[in-house]
Design a protein around this ligand. Structure first.
Ligand code: GDP
Length: 301
């Protein structure tokens, strides 16, 4: 139920903050307080630029509405942050393509495999027929792991004996079309933005999918580790340049993540990328749709 994961998110975000909530002590709202607030926002991974923007909006509101108390300022801050986050609220559209082809990417350890498992189960619960493409052909064990996992959860996994990732993706999509699947999820090997060859490979894996199905992949989702802080911005930019991202999933927000990076991501481009889900733990129920108001409340509420 909602309270369980929300409490965990809230606790997680507050664990390391020095902190955004803690500076609201009920004192006066003066210049020193606002400067302190800006510093805390930067410390919470919101970033210098976005923190300055938030502070500017906050000052306007304080003036316009004559806010006096820290409680009033806190409410205003939460609203301003929610407004920045709101354009990232979006859900996957299952109706336009059959199958909907989703390519998943990310650096090693971001939580990609865990997230794919959660997503596959989530889709199955929505009565969608899901096919997984084990296009992580880099790690020898990855394929077997996925196959075992697929068996256990009655989800079909396509892999190849000596597979090239692009060809695994191609086969899976072709097979998914024949079998009337609703969703084909393509797992790719973890890679770093600095690994140029692997980033180019990602572009190729993407391109080949369009030959198996016009317009595929329909979604290219980057899985980001929420504890990585501002580094996530760099990753999002690099993966977008290589593979044309359509959305994000941010994991580990129950851990030591400060969470402010979501605000920075939302403010990092003209049209921010959708954040389809957030990961707040290791079980299937710990993948939650991203909601701007909820997240802002967890951060400063
Ligand atoms: P991959 O290398 O990107 O495939 O990463 P994995 O899926 O293997 O995840 C790396 C570690 O992060 C594992 O120990 C997962 O259990 C853990 N993990 C993934 N998502 C979450 C999350 O939302 N919360 C927490 N606490 N741990 C997570």
């Amino acid at each position: 139920e909602k309270t369980g994961w929300f409490a965990r998110l809230k606790q997680g975000l507050r664990k390391t903050q020095v902190n955004l909530v803690g500076i609201f002590t009920g004192g006066v709202v003066d210049e020193a307080f606002l400067e302190d607030l800006e510093f805390q926002m930067i410390s919470a991974d919101i970033g210098v630029e976005t923190s300055a923007l938030i502070l500017e909006r906050l000052r306007e509101r304080i003036k316009l509405k004559g806010l006096k108390t820290q409680d009033e300022v806190k409410v205003a801050l939460k609203e301003i942050i929610a407004d920045i986050l709101r354009p990232c609220e979006a859900s996957l559209n299952f109706d336009e393509h059959k199958p909907l082809v989703i390519m998943m990417c990310g650096v090693n350890g971001a939580g990609k495999t865990t997230t794919i498992g959660k997503l596959a189960k989530h889709f199955a619960q929505l009565n969608k027929k899901v096919l997984l493409a084990a296009a992580d052909t880099f790690r020898a064990a990855a394929k077997e792991q996925l196959a075992v996992w697929g068996d256990r959860n009655q989800i079909e996994v396509i892999s190849q004996e000596k597979g090239d990732p692009a060809s695994v993706a191609y086969d899976a999509i072709s097979s998914g079309r024949k079998k009337g699947m609703d969703i084909v999820m393509v797992d790719t090997a973890g890679r770093l933005p600095t690994q140029t060859n692997l980033m180019n490979e990602l572009a190729r894996i993407r391109k080949v999918q369009g030959k198996a199905m016009e317009g595929a992949p329909h979604e290219v989702i980057l899985v980001l580790d929420g504890t990585n802080g501002q580094n996530a911005l760099m990753q999002a930019k690099a993966f977008d340049e290589a593979a044309g991202l359509t959305g994000l999933i941010i994991t580990k927000l129950d851990g030591t993540a400060k969470g402010g990076v979501l605000v920075a991501l939302a403010n990092s481009r003209e049209k921010p990328l959708p954040i389809y889900y957030i990961g707040v733990g290791e079980t299937i129920d710990d993948l939650q749709p991203f909601k701007a108001d909820e997240f802002a409340a967890a951060l400063v509420g």
